[in-house]
Design a protein around this ligand. Structure first.
Ligand code: NAP
Length: 270
């Protein structure tokens, strides 16, 4: 079976390695390649894949543009407004968003509760959309979206999580809660000396989650760790969203041990 990653510039993607490890550990046969595609060439590419691919992931900048090219879209992907996984069958091409499932599985695995809790999301980009949808579906008591520009924030967030409050970083200074989630690229390699918020703000939350996985311990997570808070990086989510795509393609479920096994081997190569 043939699988791949559809996107713009894909040189540094870890996806081929993750799926290679998936095939190795499950004993399934499959190939996973990089499909760099210009926006203008996307319709033809998807058309061609319908008869030659069993599935693909989709990344920047095609997560939204690919949606009208598909036959149907799963409810979570529709609500988020982005597709990162396609399943091709004889019946058609179907879109999903496995960042949503990967994020949820990461929280569950690390025993971070959402229902009835106060959650803060930093950054209003693409990754935050899937995170906000999960928090809303799990019925967090309060959801705060922290942005540098509350006035111009994408109004789609209020459809994803109608009860969310959009605030700026100054307002965040006075907030306490259960979990703070970094959905900004601040602190990512090579600018590892930066954090999206101060140590004082990190201390106001019981747990800190960073979607960044390189470095494994961002300054944001170190700030939480130093005051004894729970902290989790984004590597589990990265592998879990890939395994969730495989679950869709293979029509099977895989336990978290497989995710951890892939993650452990991947960590060595980072
Ligand atoms: P993005 O669109 O580039 O940025 C997300 C948001 O971060 C922006 O919309 C912006 O929100 C805020 N931001 C950007 N630069 C900033 C700065 N210098 N200071 C403060 N805020 C800033 O990124 P994304 O695609 O959503 O991804 C966000 C992060 O999550 C990346 O590091 C990505 O690698 C990671 N990620 C990880 C996984 C995983 O599986 N682990 C999956 C997806 C993404 P405002 O304008 O509202 O402030």
């Amino acid at each position: 079976m043939q699988y791949g990653l559809l996107g713009g510039k894909l040189g540094h993607s870890l996806s081929p390695k993750i799926h290679e490890l998936f095939f190795k550990y499950t004993g399934l046969t499959g190939t996973y390649g990089l499909l760099e595609t210009e926006l203008e060439a996307l319709p033809e590419r998807v058309k061609g894949m319908r008869s030659t691919y069993a599935g693909s992931n989709v990344t920047i900048p095609h997560k939204i543009a690919v949606m009208p090219l598909l036959d149907s879209i799963a409810p979570e992907a529709q609500a988020i407004g982005a597709v990162n996984t396609i399943k091709f069958t004889q019946e058609g091409a179907f879109g999903f968003n496995t960042d949503y499932f990967g994020f949820g599985r990461m929280l569950e695995y690390n025993d971070i509760q959402i229902t009835g809790k106060v959650a803060v999301v930093l950054g209003s980009g693409g990754a935050a959309r899937a995170v906000m949808k999960y928090l809303a579906d799990k019925e967090a008591a309060e959801i705060y979206l922290v942005t540098r520009e509350p006035k111009t924030v994408d109004q789609h967030f209020l459809e994803i999580a109608p009860k969310c409050k959009v605030i700026d970083y100054a307002t965040l200074e006075n907030l306490q809660g259960d979990v703070i989630i970094n959905c900004t690229p601040v602190g990512m390699y090579p600018k590892v000396e930066a954090a999206p918020v101060s140590a004082k703000i990190c201390a106001n939350f019981a747990a800190a989650v960073d979607l960044i996985y390189n470095p494994a311990e961002t300054l944001f997570l170190k700030q939480a760790k130093d005051v004894g808070r729970k902290y989790v990086n984004g590597l589990f989510m990265l592998v879990a969203q890939a395994v969730a795509a495989q679950e869709i393609w293979q029509g099977k479920t895989y336990d978290s041990e497989l995710i951890v096994r892939i993650m452990t081997e991947l960590e060595r190569s980072l």
